[in-house]
Design a binder for this molecule. Structure first.
Ligand code: HEC
Ligand code: HEC
Length: 477
């Protein structure tokens, strides 16, 4: 058991590392540079070489879709010697402006290819023609860059009463750049209405409007916003948006759309988290690994409801392939939501092939998926160990009593059953046997007759057979 848990912990950690890798917070610079070099080289080859050096056309027998074919080379031998750009035929052809014919690479592109080969020519994917596929974004894609501190602009001519908030400074700089003037400030009545709708999802009451209009203090707006942020409705309003982002549902959402009667503690956890102003990084951690970081704290353990809050197929499937497919779909749902909600990336596209647009390999998908291998759809008790022990000691005497009653019942049954059997046989003698759906035999004393009439008085479904009659000739007329 201990081993299992530590393995899960390890997997959860591995996953978090992977998340960190995606956002490039912790990956070592060297590895990061190498992947940037790779993605640049891949883009150049896909765009500038593969319209000719693909598997169908292969001029001079050279195919540049994989590292192996490039190393193997064409008519003149190897085209790529990793770590040795000067020996690579590719580089010589490129620098001699021979390739691509009549359409040489730019200086930057040439240097990029040279630098990439110098770094060992990492090449982890099969390339496709750029005309057929948009090249994938590299790890140098803007949204994958580490967070940096930027300087807040202070454009000339900024009005003295303009907000001091850095966000508003950026807004002003953009307005100025586009030659636009800021809108005039909203009047008080509009302001409180907008703010209340925005933060609570409801209009202000007439009394709230009135008291805001009367408030002549300098920080009236700040006080209003503080009051709204402190309202418990704030968590309900904004928690709902988050529940949408992470596809939370209170039913399984598949063919048998059964209600999830006990999904609400997770919903309440989200509302609570918003009202507590929990840092986002903490919210992410708790949802992915709450049971690992706080196994004895139900308030946090409940957060992992995130993993199983999506569509779940509950229809039992008899064959193994179907069951494996169902399981793969469950895990896919976890990968999908984790990627989309926390990374803003459709990681799940790489379930069947390397991502066509983002720098995610199919191998990455299964690395992420492996982090969830221990997660199954089940209900778990939300209680601390002490609460569990307490409940067990409360229930113990009741369960013991139940056992004693069951034992007595079994003894009584043993005494009574022979009498019941006997009575049943006795009663049966007085009745005709019950009707059987296959064979019914009835014996009566012989009588001479020309015809026998059978009258069906009722059928099980009260259908048209009711009251039908059949006559059977028994002998010659
Ligand atoms: C418009 C089509 C076309 C494009 C685009 C093109 N090539 Fe070529 N490439 C050829 C042809 C045709 C030959 C054979 C010509 C020859 O032998 O002189 C060739 C030959 C080569 C050879 C020599 C192969 C050998 O074994 O003799 C190398 C290396 C090469 N190309 C690399 C590249 C690289 C790298 C790119 C992209 C930067 C590229 N080519 C883009 C058409 C193309
Ligand atoms: C369930 C498996 C599966 C998933 C998930 C999947 N694809 Fe595909 N995709 C395929 C198959 C199969 C092909 C066709 C195979 C081929 O031509 O290589 C394909 C082809 C493509 C192509 C055509 C380009 C090409 O190389 O021929 C694009 C673009 C594409 N997928 C994008 C996506 C995106 C974006 C996602 C996520 C939103 C996605 N795929 C998710 C299976 C999948």
């Amino acid at each position: 058991m201990k081993k299992l848990i530590s393995k899960q912990l390890f997997v959860a950690k591995a996953f978090l590392d992977l998340v960190a890798l995606f956002v490039l917070f912790t990956s070592p610079l060297a590895a990061q540079e190498v992947s940037v070099l790779e993605s640049e080289a891949m883009t150049i080859i896909a765009k500038r070489c593969l319209s000719c050096h693909n598997a169908e056309m292969k001029p001079a027998d050279l195919v540049l879709t994989t590292r192996e074919t490039a190393v193997k080379g064409g008519k003149s031998g190897p085209a790529l010697s990793p770590k040795h750009p000067e020996e690579s035929l590719m580089v010589r052809k490129i620098f001699a402006d021979e390739m691509p014919p009549g359409n040489p690479l730019t200086k930057e592109e040439r240097e990029a290819v040279r630098g990439w080969i110098d770094a060992g020519a990492p090449w982890s994917m099969t390339l496709a023609k750029a005309s057929a596929v948009r090249p994938r974004a590299g790890l140098n894609w803007w949204s994958l860059q580490p967070l940096r501190t930027v300087s807040v602009p202070s454009p000339a001519g900024i009005p003295p009463d303009w907000s001091a908030s850095p966000v508003d400074r950026f807004v002003y700089a953009q307005l100025k750049e586009k030659g636009l003037k800021p809108s005039p400030p909203a009047d008080r009545r509009t302001y409180i209405r907008r703010a209340t709708f925005d933060l609570l999802g409801l209009p202000p009451t007439p009394e709230e409007v009135e008291s805001f209009l009367q408030d002549k203090s300098e920080n009236a707006c700040e006080k209003l916003i503080d009051r709204l942020l402190a309202s418990p409705y704030y968590g309900e309003r904004w928690g709902r948006h988050w529940l949408d982002v992470i596809r939370f549902g209170e039913s399984h959402g598949y063919e048998q759309n059964h209600l999830r009667e006990r999904a609400w503690p997770f919903r309440d956890y989200i509302i609570r988290s918003f009202n507590l102003d929990k840092p986002f990084s903490r919210l992410v951690l708790e949802q992915l690994a709450g049971d690992q970081i706080a196994p004895n704290d139900p308030e946090i353990e409940v957060a992992t409801g995130f993993l199983v809050a999506g569509v779940h197929d509950t229809v039992p499937i008899a064959n193994l392939e179907g069951q494996l497919q169902q399981r793969a779909n469950d895990l896919d749902d976890m990968v999908l939501t984790t990627g989309a909600a926390f990374l803003g990336l459709t990681v799940n596209c790489a379930r069947c092939h390397d991502h066509k647009f983002d720098p995610i390999l199919q191998a990455d998908y299964y690395r992420v998926q492996a982090a969830f291998a221990g997660v199954h759809h089940e209900e778990r008790e939300l209680a601390t160990q002490a609460e569990r022990d307490q409940r067990h000691s409360r229930e113990r005497p009741i369960l013991d009593e139940l056992d004693r009653v069951k034992e007595r019942l079994a003894k009584l049954k043993k005494q009574v059953m022979p009498l019941v059997e006997k009575g049943r046989d006795e009663i049966a003698k007085h009745y005709r046997p019950a009707v059987d759906s296959k064979v019914n035999e009835e014996i009566f004393s012989p009588a001479s007759a020309r015809l026998v009439r059978m009258t069906i008085l009722a059928t099980y479904d009260q259908g048209p057979g009711k009251g039908a009659e059949m006559a059977t000739h028994l002998g010659r007329e």
